[in-house]
Design a protein around this ligand. Structure first.
Ligand SMILES: *Cc1c(COP(=O)(O)O)cnc(C)c1O
Length: 457
């Protein structure tokens, strides 16, 4: 039974990455309130937000420090353009992100895909300004995801998107992914990682003169189904990019802000001296505002910044968005950074993660689970089924059970906000196990599955 709101939404709202026909059978839930990790729909059902509302929410819904910061800012300055003007929230945020990453120049947009666009354009334009205009091609990884605008899609390797939009794009080179699930039978994790490093080394040796940048998601390829890989690959990628005068763009949009156990995922990769590697660009969004307001940032180095420093306007970086550096969003981001500084979020997450890992043991041991992986506040399991509707059906039944989970293909994952109580974790695991058995027990009717099969979940 669709609520009135859900019914009106179905007619007037075109939902993201959704085959709208699927809403005939499964209208969207109308959410009216958020409380911590919980969403409450207009029928009063409580749904545990175990995917952090598409990986954005860090501290639950209605987190007081963020609410207070935005409210305070709203009374002073709601918005001002950022060309020719500036304001304290954007200055302070840029300084603090610079101090956290060692990349002292911040450029802003409102979403992750735009951050990807900015990093790609900035990289190629900086080579051009440095007298190397031939370096304007990009490298992405197999299964990589960097957003869905035309430029971001050109470095994104999700087959469904590639098929539909390839003719619109100037596709990047796609190199083998270090995702350990791709290791062939009999090939060890180290051997697989080494083979992927070699593929990158070979490609760069041959093509470096035309390559501006390598873009990748450090440690976890989210949209590929939470594929995880060794930091050794990142270390090698950094060294190879240096060797061949190619930028390394770390897309931390999903994994930044503590998701993998460190503030930023790339910080787990060390260089030859044992120091954390430093990318040439870092893309941030999603958790940047705690999942409350749209904001993204691209951080870069003095070297890249210097390449644009000139009297000529044409040598400046030519890019702008209307809401660049919105003060409300910057204040939300500052409240997030304050929370990391004032509470030991990373240590608290380690304790939470240990509890959830222990409680989730029965999922890992489930007879239909073929692969299990975990890092920081991300857990993933691959399910043995050839039912193309698995993800969509799991999503629906999990909602009925009271938990928001959206498997990607056969990969079921948790990516919860950092505020789960013990009872929340038990609810999550119980609902997951129940839903898993329910979904796997049903034989999908081949005829009715066509519409939902197309739907991403
Ligand atoms: C979500 C995501 C993006 C795109 O961000 P949007 O705000 O959805 O445009 C880019 N890269 C990664 C790794 C992401 O997870």
């Amino acid at each position: 039974m669709a609520s009135d709101l859900a019914e009106r939404s179905r007619r007037a709202v075109w939902h993201p990455c959704t085959q709208m026909k699927g809403h005939e059978a499964h209208p969207p839930r109308a959410i009216v309130r958020g409380e911590g990790p919980w969403l409450i729909d207009d029928q009063g059902h409580r749904i545990l937000d175990a995917v952090s509302s598409w990986w954005v929410n860090l501290f639950g819904h209605g987190f007081a420090p963020i609410v207070d910061a935005i409210t305070d800012q709203l009374k002073q300055l709601d918005h001002t353009m950022l060309a020719g003007l500036t304001h304290a929230p954007v200055v302070e945020l840029s300084e603090r992100l610079g101090a956290l990453t060692g990349l002292g120049h911040a450029f802003y947009a409102s979403d992750g895909a735009s951050a990807t666009e900015i990093a790609l354009k900035m990289s190629a334009h900086s080579w051009r300004n440095r007298g190397l205009p031939g370096k304007h091609r990009f490298i992405g990884l197999q299964g990589g995801y960097h957003g869905e605008t035309a430029g971001a899609l050109s470095v994104t390797d999700i087959p469904l998107f590639r098929e539909a939009y390839a003719p619109l794009l100037r596709l990047s080179a796609t190199l083998p992914s270090p995702d350990l699930r791709h290791a062939a039978a009999g090939v060890s994790a180290d051997e697989h990682t080494a083979a992927c490093m070699k593929a990158l080394a070979d490609y760069l040796a041959e093509h470096h003169a035309s390559v501006a940048a390598l873009i990748l998601e450090p440690l976890v390829q989210g949209a590929a189904g939470m594929g995880m890989y060794s930091p050794a690959y990142l270390s090698a990628a950094r060294a190879l990019c240096d060797q061949h005068q190619v930028h390394l763009i770390c897309d931390e949009i999903a994994v930044g802000f503590g998701r993998t156990g460190t503030m930023f995922a790339h910080q787990q990769a060390l260089d030859a001296e044992g120091r954390a590697i430093r990318p040439d660009f870092i893309c941030l969004s999603k958790g940047l505002t705690g999942g409350v307001l749209p904001l993204s940032a691209v951080l870069t180095t003095d070297e890249v910044y210097a390449a644009f420093w000139d009297d000529l306007t044409a040598h400046g970086f030519l890019h702008s968005h209307s809401y660049t550096g919105n003060p409300l969003a910057c204040r939300a981001a500052l409240a997030v950074l304050d929370t990391f500084a004032n509470e030991d979020v990373l240590a608290r997450n380690r304790v939470m993660a240990a509890s959830l890992s222990a409680l989730a043991e029965p999922i890992t041991r489930h007879p239909r689970v073929t692969a299990h992986r975990h890092i920081g506040m991300i857990w993933a399991w691959d399910i043995d089924t050839n039912d193309a509707t698995f993800a969509a059906r799991f999503h629906q039944l999990a909602l009925d059970a009271g938990v928001l989970l959206r498997p990607i293909g056969n990969s079921l994952y948790f990516m919860p906000p950092y505020v789960l109580a013990e009872t929340d974790m038990r609810h999550l695991v119980d609902c997951t196990l129940r839903t898993l058995d329910q979904v796997l027990a049903q034989t999908p009717a081949a005829a009715s599955s066509a519409a939902t099969a197309e739907r991403l979940a």
